[in-house]
Design a protein around this ligand. Structure first.
Ligand code: 13P
Ligand code: SF4
Length: 358
């Protein structure tokens, strides 16, 4: 079994480039065995409704190794609500929506943050923790919203709309945040927009989120043409069909969906607000109109609720896997860096958001 006293061995592993997760497990001498199965039986008992027994022998050694390494490296794993159950329930120290992860990043103890989510989330953690090592297990985990806008685009908007405050969704690069007045997430967007004290506010880059905010905010909202590639797939007609087939079904939707999709929903909110709604209301049957891992993750704590799963998965969130988390921690890769100039301005926009949300 790998223990903290094996750190020399870990350092030796760290010196070897191109290690795969399986090879690292071998070096650590961790394999699925009767002993390991027994050791981890209480954990499996908790997650067995969402992790098939055939998959557990593959996951269990990685979970063991990652949890040991967290202690040795004084690392904290921050995981978004869209991560798969074996990450969400078995290795994460903190789980949450984008706002919670940003706030937790400020409070994070330890020397290292391993971000299980997408690239902009790791950048936000780095902005708020410039002294810590922030690792991203797969740099390919991007976001269609973050890719929809550049810092140059924001500068052009500033010129086209002089004096109009720019509220930027956190699903953007640090360079875009740096050109903004303040950030927002889906859980605080209306509050932030209203707090600008202006008649008109630019709300970028998610077009549908901006349209949904405009319905609740007291000001005129100007949108950009960005879309979440997961949420834009849902249609009002599809939800009407689900309701027709099952009149008792509750439908809850994320505000990155089109406004007419939200019109069909019983509730809409950020991923954590959706989780809270299910936990508070305990519906008999519910459909989560969002990324598919959400239903799996919350089914564990809500065994009486039946989930109807329209499975739209986020290919970026799904880049993060247990083997990649292990590789990342052993090999210290890939470390997130943000140019100091950009970081100072982007941090100010994120910190202003956190202050306005509290
Ligand atoms: P929240 O978790 O803040 O609701 O964001 C959803 C999302 O799409 C993150 O990428
Ligand atoms: Fe981006 Fe949508 Fe994936 Fe979230 S779910 S990371 S908004 S593409």
């Amino acid at each position: 079994m790998f223990t903290a006293s094996d750190s020399l061995k870990t350092n030796a592993i760290a010196a070897l480039p191109g290690q795969s997760g399986a090879r690292i497990l071998e070096e650590m001498d961790i394999a699925y065995s009767d002993g390991l199965a027994l050791d981890m039986a209480p954990l499996y008992e908790r997650v067995k409704s969402v992790i098939p027994s055939v998959e557990w022998p593959f996951f269990a050694p990685y979970i063991k190794a990652i949890n040991e390494l967290k202690k040795e490296k004084n690392a904290v794993i921050l995981a978004h609500n869209y991560q798969t159950p074996e990450i969400f329930h078995c290795v994460a120290d903190v789980v949450g929506d984008s706002l919670q992860l940003a706030i937790e990043a400020v409070n994070a103890e330890g020397d290292m943050i391993v971000q299980c989510g997408v690239h902009f989330m790791a950048e936000t953690s780095k902005l708020l923790n410039p002294q810590k090592t922030v690792l991203m297990p797969d740099m390919g985990a991007g976001c269609s919203l973050a890719e929809s806008i550049t810092a140059n685009d924001v500068r052009a908007l500033r010129e086209a709309y002089p004096g109009v405050p720019i509220v930027t969704y956190v699903n953007t690069s640090a360079a875009v945040k740096a050109e903004s007045d303040v950030c927002c997430t889906s859980s605080n967007a209306v509050k932030i927009v209203n707090s600008m004290g202006a008649d008109r506010v630019l709300c970028i880059p998610d077009e549908y989120l901006a349209q949904n905010i405009a319905r609740e905010a007291d000001v005129e909202v100007i949108a950009w043409k960005g879309r979440c590639e997961v949420h834009e797939l849902f249609t009002a007609e599809e939800l009407q069909q689900y309701r027709q087939d099952d009149p008792g079904l509750k439908i809850i939707a994320h505000p990155e969906c089109k406004p007419d999709v939200l019109d069909e929903a019983d509730f809409s909110g950020s991923t954590s607000a959706m989780i809270k709604w299910v936990s508070d209301n305990q519906p008999d049957r519910v459909m989560m109109v969002t990324e598919c891992s959400m239903s799996d993750n919350i089914a564990v704590e809500n065994p009486q609720v039946n989930f109807v799963r329209p499975c739209n998965l986020c290919p970026h969130m799904k880049q993060i896997t247990l083997p990649k988390i292990l590789e990342s921690m052993v090999l210290n890769r890939t470390e997130i860096t943000v140019d100091e100039d950009v970081a100072d301005k982007a941090r100010a926009a994120v910190e202003r958001m956190i202050a306005l949300s509290q």
